[in-house]
Design a protein around this ligand. Structure first.
Ligand code: PEP
Ligand code: MN
Length: 360
């Protein structure tokens, strides 16, 4: 995919003085619910009204969406409130129905982005339309797969494109429902700075009281917008109850968020920033030097172990190192999560070095 400026024209054309906001319930449940929420969001910063019509659920037997009937409710939302509408499409039939009902923005869900067949089917069905299409990240942390979906749409001549970062599945329990892995969004942004990037704090956190913080982090990282699930009675929502906020809470979140500028022309600020960045560059180089040194030592250990035919992995010693580093890291204000990740990576690289020597 080329990095074309025109990718973000649709967003620039909205001429917003705030991040793009997509809000509305996880699922359309009843006509009354859909319209009630829409009317509460009418005179706010919300730009697109979202509602899931077909719901991908983890297990069968859960509420799977009201189906095409809900599209009529979204049309009513548009005519009664003027809000533009958005829904998830997961196959050709969904696309055709959404187009028939004049939905303004379509998104591809995380479970669909993983399937090139489905993405291609959707791209083919959309050929020749000028809808805005946003692609959620795949459930697994795979940037090329995410970009591949964008490429398929781009090849179908869909010009109004963007991505939604909704976090990634992990087997390990964490405080998030879907781990943000911010690095992936940052890498995508640096490769394709003109591809609008929307954050979905609802599916990242799974909990309404964490939505503000994740939204603020996204804005601090120059995201272009937010998609936040909003419900008139969140606790009794038919899907994703714990993560939905009321329209009132949404308005408060929008008010409290600090919108950061990408640049500031002021000279003193830029001088200080450049100075700090120069310091970071020096330290980064020192880190690399030290890591190189550490691996040379590991090579030495590899040679010794080879002479004596001793196994590379020494679990006891390794656990001692980890425990010590976590404690020392704490003293220096480094989180346990970071120290574990860092030292596991360093350890793996040491093992690779020793393996090379022992088997070389
Ligand atoms: C949704 O937006 O309601 C949804 C199902 O999201 P995801 O595809 O991110 O799970
Ligand atoms: Mn949801």
């Amino acid at each position: 995919m080329e990095n074309k400026k025109e990718l973000r024209t649709w967003l620039d054309d909205l001429n917003l003085n705030h991040p793009l906001v997509i809000a509305g319930p996880c699922s359309a449940e009843t006509e009354e619910q859909v319209l009630n929420i829409a009317h509460q969001l009418k005179d706010t910063d919300v730009n697109y009204y979202r509602a899931g019509i077909w719901k991908p659920r983890t297990r069968p037997g859960m509420f799977e969406g009201v189906g095409a009937l809900g599209l009529k409710w979204l049309q009513k939302v548009k005519s009664e409130t003027g809000l533009k509408t958005a829904t998830e499409v997961a196959n050709k039939a969904h696309v055709e129905l959404a187009l028939e009902h004049d939905i303004d923005l379509l998104w591809i869900g995380a479970r669909s982005t993983v399937s090139p067949f489905i993405v291609q089917e959707i791209a083919d069905a959309l050929k020749g339309t000028d809808k805005i299409v946003l692609v959620k990240n795949p459930v697994n942390p795979d940037l090329p797969l995410w970009l591949g979906a964008i490429e398929r749409l781009s090849s179908s001549n869909i010009k109004k494109l963007g991505v939604i970062h909704r976090g990634f599945s992990t087997y390990e329990k964490s405080k998030y429902r879907n781990n943000p892995e911010w690095q992936i969004a940052i890498e995508l942004q640096s490769k394709f700075p003109d591809l609008p990037l929307i954050n979905d704090p609802s599916h990242i956190t799974g909990k309404r009281d964490m939505i503000f913080d994740v939204s603020q982090t996204a804005l601090d990282l120059n995201f272009d917008g937010l998609m936040i699930e909003t419900h008139n009675n969140p606790d009794s929502a038919w899907s994703d109850a714990a993560q939905q906020v009321t329209p009132e809470a949404l308005v408060q979140i929008m008010k409290d968020l600090k919108i950061r500028k990408e640049f500031d022309p002021e000279t003193e600020y830029n001088t200080s920033l450049n100075n700090l960045r120069a310091q970071i560059d020096v330290v980064d180089n020192q880190i690399l030097e030290l890591l190189g040194k550490r691996m040379k030592v590991a090579d030495g250990i590899g040679s010794l172990k080879k002479q004596k035919n001793v196994a590379v992995l020494q679990s006891k010693r390794w656990n001692e190192i980890l425990g010590k580093m976590v404690l020392e890291g704490e003293d220096k204000g480094l989180s346990e999560e970071f120290i574990l990740k860092l030292f596991k990576a360093i350890h793996q690289e040491s093992i690779n070095h020793q393996e090379k020597i022992i088997n070389g």
